[in-house]
Design a protein around this ligand. Structure first.
Ligand code: AHG
Ligand code: MN
Ligand code: MN
Length: 333
């Protein structure tokens, strides 16, 4: 620990000076999210030793098999945030409907989260994460569905916790993007990456599940072929956990994409969820000098219709995302 590894709460308090309206409840909310992250990190790091691997045998609203750790992570957030009077309600990938804390009559925020991202990687010990997104309530003390159906540009904070070789918290409150690494011996997140910026990289990475190639639109197929045949080669990296693939982009630069696919010919769609996957990472990308698009619109400017809606996602180094958008909208190279 060197002298600039300041402890997270000190950092948030400094940030808080930039949040005159926050009155300390914002700091407490971030601290609660971090507490949930520490609890999940503890379970993730001993997953092989306790009965928490594998499936619950249940299906979530997305029609996906719910892993025990998905469930544990979701309950951890619910238990903690339902006791925080400044939170009026929460929405989660693992819950069909939001939970409204109607007894929190002084609430000022609502929180959306993907409690465990990359669930398919849990049983094979590959990095997974938690993604969270915070909005100010439209009306203090009242939380309705409209509080959740907001453009990503209205988020007051967004971040993720990455349970990888180390447990890292990366978040933004609109004043830069900052990374903290958990010192498990202290149980504290310490500042390790201040004011992170997505580089314009010399070594170029692209990140996509090429197994879906035959389901993509023609322009997208041609764009990926262009990347593979460009004289300055790209390297393909794909972990299958969005948080980990995004985090690599944040550190090394590159582009991550999950294009629209025609797996269901009647209903072509993206896979990733706008409200608790694309939006929070798009806010981080923006404040780290990058960009996020659904292939046509800026992710942060999409007005959501429903909480679990899915969007195609192109996110990472701004020039790469701009090139992808131009290419797949007909402006071929
Ligand atoms: P989740 O585990 O929260 O459902 O998210 C999984 C997502 C995301 O983490 C990742 O980018 C993507 O699914 C991988 O999908 P494929 O396995 O289809 O590539
Ligand atoms: Mn996810
Ligand atoms: Mn998930």
């Amino acid at each position: 620990m060197n002298d600039n590894n300041i402890q997270l709460q000190h950092f948030i308090l400094n940030e808080q000076k930039r949040f005159p309206y926050a009155k300390g409840d914002f700091t407490l909310l971030l601290s609660d999210i971090i507490l949930a992250g520490k609890i999940i990190s503890r379970e993730v790091n001993k997953a092989g030793l306790v009965e928490i691997l594998g499936l619950t045998g249940m299906e979530n609203v997305q029609g996906e098999q719910v892993q025990k750790l998905d469930d544990f992570a979701n309950s951890s957030f619910l238990n903690i945030l339902s006791k925080n009077e400044s939170v009026g309600g929460v929405a989660s990938e693992e819950m069909a409907e939001p939970d409204y804390f109607t007894n929190h009559t002084k609430a000022r925020y609502c929180v959306l989260f993907d409690p465990l991202d990359g669930s398919s990687n849990i049983d094979v010990n590959v990095s997974i994460g938690t993604i969270f997104s915070i909005y100010k309530l439209l009306k203090e003390g009242e939380c309705t569905e409209n509080d959740f159906l907001r453009k990503g540009s209205e988020q007051v904070a967004a971040g993720y916790i990455l349970y990888g070789s180390s447990t890292m918290l990366v978040f933004t409150t609109g004043e830069g993007v900052h990374g903290f690494t958990l010192d498990a011996s202290l149980g504290e997140f310490l500042l390790s990456h201040e004011d992170m910026k997505i580089p314009e990289p010399s070594k170029r990475y692209y990140s996509v599940n090429e197994g879906n190639f035959k389901y993509w639109e023609k322009n997208v197929q041609e764009y990926v072929e262009y990347l593979k045949n460009s004289e300055k080669p790209y390297s393909l990296r794909y972990i299958g956990s969005l948080v980990s693939d995004f985090h690599r982009n944040l550190i090394y630069g590159g582009i991550f994409m999950y294009p629209l696919d025609h797996k269901n010919p009647e209903k072509p769609k993206g896979k990733l969820r706008l409200m608790y996957e694309a939006n929070p990472l798009a806010l981080i990308a923006k404040h780290a000098g990058g960009k996020a698009s659904n292939g046509i619109d800026d992710i942060l400017e999409i007005k959501p219709i429903e909480i679990h809606q899915r969007e195609p996602l192109y996110i990472g180094t701004k020039s790469f995302v701009n090139e992808a958008i131009a290419f797949i909208n007909g402006g071929k190279k």
